[in-house]
Write a protein that binds this ligand. Structure first.
Ligand code: GLA
Length: 735
């Protein structure tokens, strides 16, 4: 609970370094008068909004900070209307289906330095139903976090059919809007697309998986405000919902050019049943306003994530080798120690044992049909145990990581056989199963299930005695919609309570073992979201490790999430998913623009390949602070060009890394246009070196020379590029 510092004066501008969200009190409620660039005079923003909209449609917008289904809105001629686009819709104990808020208190809450925190305490005008709404401005990131807590003292439960975290109507923000989102599926995550939102139209994004929340759509959106969507220019609103369950975000453009944005958890089986006295905390929505196009919006979200959201956001990430594509289920202790030898030789710092190390007897996990839920090492496969493997890794200067899938079980497991009621299932209907024809989702709304899984995972961590990393996988959707833990009246709560339960479980493990780094994985990149990233340090980008396709996948993911959390691994050629061949250099250069790792058995590499990798890993280590912690500038989009280019610039702008990838390029078409670099100091001179070189230089006579930042940004840097699969990485250092 944050302490109250003072009451909120009206109007009030909640500010970040470059933006402001202006609130004004009108009658019993606070409204949003303005969101955009900072002007510092809140009263001006209010007057400018009101003058414009009184004449037209001020009354038709629902500008309250938390619009409710059933709120009044007055018309200019005295007629009354009712808000039907509420961010909250509740059926009260007496059956009434509307909410009418009044603000009981509006105050500034104590928070960390450089964060300003406004709270609105709302209560229904006639029923004991309350919301506490938070807006938390993270100054240096230009990002505002918002969330809502709900509770009531009604004589019976309140049913919430809509319970959004965010619902603002922006009335003075533009007349033309283009909406960008990313969508995906297994092996094709984060496909970027956009469309102009015509007047009167609404776009709904969402995920109905319950688990793989970032596939169908990723829970994030960008909207251009009054201009076409552009990488570098124009104003952009961007927001992301930190909720790894079922969710919905909608963006609407009304006749009167109101931009209406709603975002929140989705209740797919019916209204959420909130009991009296229980406090429901809705997920965080974070948003930013950029005057530098999509690029500015991405950089703001990245800065916020690294500085204020990710658990170890400022810590550089280890170079790792994951065993999955190198061994799959087929390994012995010797396979693993051989892989450790290879990892150390390549310059890696962490070795991760993927799926297949656990389960015993008939449930030993040697394929995907059994064993999930039995988190105990397979004695036949690994007779010396996990502590031995940690020691072996440490002896080679490596840390050790382990794969888990804590939310899941196979029906063929000791756990599920002993506790069939711990599975998410429907009463009197056959159980649907997923992967391996036996995978099921555990009922994480049930504290006994969470305790049992916590105890097992905790025991593994303790017995390993020095585990450094956990890959937390989740390879199923909700296939059944019921809980044997929740009573008949609360069945629909499973969607929300499951997600709360999973987050509680990982939070508990983190608290017990704060040294462990987590990767969120869900059949590849289905956990690329800020809900998971409140607890996990990174996510696996995709099971598709084909470098050509990874350029697109990482491009889409890095629109919203910083490079430090996009796990990106060099794998073998031909690629296991697409069967495409591509040069090691290309595969390496693509992995270079995320959190670099390997996923192969190094014993298959030639001495020359190992030498290339060792040098390139050394370069990555030298530059990883710039890549993982720097500002991302997307220079050339693979969606519109035959190559892609992006660059990372260090916080002090003295160091930069440029990556260029040849995509589907036709032969003999000449070189691309010079690269207009960005983010440099115009007056500084930057020395340019090409790294990860396999053959001849791509910048020829420019190699090793220094150029002014202004020339590099305006005239651009010429370079050569061969056909597809050619690539280059440049290091820039200010003199
Ligand atoms: C999922 C993950 C993979 C791997 C396998 C193991 O598909 O995305 O990286 O861990 O599970 O079964």
């Amino acid at each position: 609970m944050n302490e109250k510092l003072s009451s909120l004066p009206s109007p009030y501008a909640l500010t970040t370094d470059n933006t402001e969200l202006v609130f004004v009190k009108k009658d019993a409620l606070w409204r949003v008068a303005h969101y955009g660039e900072r002007s510092n005079v809140a009263a001006d923003a209010v007057l400018l909004t009101e003058c414009r909209y009184n004449a037209e449609s001020f009354g038709r917008a629902t500008l309250e900070t938390y619009p409710s289904f059933g709120a009044d809105y007055g018309d200019n001629d005295g007629q009354m209307g009712m808000c039907k686009y509420g961010a909250i819709q509740a059926q009260h104990a007496d059956g009434n289906t509307t909410v009418q808020w009044r603000c009981a208190d509006a105050w500034l809450a104590a928070d960390e330095e450089d964060v300003e925190h406004v709270v609105f305490d709302l209560e229904d005008t006639t029923r004991p139903f309350r919301a506490r709404q938070h807006f938390r401005a993270v100054k240096a990131a230009d990002v505002i976090e918002t969330w809502v807590e709900l509770e009531h003292d009604e004589p019976a439960p309140v049913r919430l059919s809509i319970m959004d975290s965010f619902g603002l109507d922006f009335a003075n923000i533009g007349t033309e809007f283009e909406v960008l989102s990313v969508c995906g599926q297994w092996a094709c995550e984060a496909v970027q697309d956009s469309t102009r939102l015509a007047r009167g139209q609404r776009i709904d994004l969402g995920s109905r998986s319950g688990v793989r929340d970032a596939w169908e759509n990723n829970p994030a959106v960008m909207v251009s405000l009054g201009c076409p969507l552009d990488e570098d220019r124009g104003t952009v609103f961007a927001g992301a919902l930190a909720w790894p369950g079922a969710w919905e975000i909608s963006v609407q453009h009304t006749l009167h050019h109101i931009l209406r944005v709603r975002a929140g958890a989705a209740n797919l089986s019916g209204a959420y049943v909130l009991d009296a006295g229980k406090r429901l905390t809705l997920p965080k929505f974070v948003f930013t306003y950029s005057t530098q196009g999509m690029g500015g919006a991405s950089r703001a979200l990245h800065r916020w994530a690294r500085g204020w959201h990710l658990p170890h956001g400022k810590v550089v990430r280890d170079v790792l080798l994951n065993s999955w594509e190198g061994a799959y289920f087929d390994f012995t202790e010797k396979t693993l120690t051989d892989m450790m030898d290879g990892t150390a030789k390549l310059g890696g710092e962490l070795f991760v044992i993927d799926d297949g190390w656990f389960g015993r007897g008939a449930h030993a996990r040697n394929d995907d049909t059994c064993g999930l839920g039995d988190w105990i090492w397979n004695e036949e496969k690994l007779p010396k145990g996990l502590a031995y493997l940690v020691k072996e890794a440490n002896a080679r200067g490596l840390k050790l990581g382990l794969w888990f899938e804590p939310e899941m079980a196979n029906t063929a497991s000791d756990l599920a056989e002993a506790h069939p009621d711990w599975i998410i299932r429907e009463k009197n209907r056959p159980l649907r199963v997923g992967r391996g024809k036996s995978q099921v989702v555990l009922d994480m709304s049930n504290p006994a299930v969470r305790d049992a899984i916590f105890d097992q995972v905790d025991a593994v961590i303790r017995s390993a005695n020095g585990l450094s990393y956990i890959k937390w996988d989740a390879n199923a959707d909700f296939m059944n919609a019921g809980s044997t833990y929740l009573d008949a009246d609360h069945q629909a709560n499973i969607w929300f309570d499951y997600t709360v339960g999973v987050m509680e479980l990982i939070a508990r493990l983190r608290a017990a073992h704060p040294e462990i780094v987590y990767q969120a994985c869900s059949s590849g990149g289905a956990h690329a979201d800020y809900g998971w990233l409140a607890y996990a340090d990174e996510f696996w980008g995709s099971d598709n490790s084909c470098a050509q396709q990874r350029v697109f996948i990482q491009w889409g993911e890095e629109l919203f999430y910083p490079a430090c959390c996009v796990a990106s691994h060099v794998t073998v050629s031909p690629n296991h998913q697409t069967h495409r061949t591509s040069p090691l250099k290309f595969r390496f250069d693509v992995a270079f623009s995320g959190r670099l790792g390997f996923e192969l058995h190094p014993k298959g590499m030639t001495e020359e390949e190992i030498r290339f990798c060792t040098d390139a890993v050394e370069s990555y280590k030298r530059l990883r602070t710039t890549i993982q912690q720097g500002d991302l500038y997307r220079l050339v989009s693979p969606y519109k060009n035959d190559h892609a280019a992006l660059m990372f610039v260090s916080a002090d702008r003295r160091k930069a890394v440029v990556c260029v990838y040849g995509m589907a390029r036709l032969a003999m078409q000449g070189n691309p246009a010079p690269l207009h670099l960005r983010g440099l100091y115009p007056n500084l001179r930057y020395r340019i070196t090409e790294i990860n070189k396999a053959a001849e230089s791509h910048i020829g006579p420019l190699e090793g020379k220094a150029f002014g930042g202004d020339a590099l940004m305006t005239q651009g840097l010429p370079f050569t590029l061969g056909n597809e699969d050619d690539s280059l990485v440049l290091e820039l250092t200010a003199e």
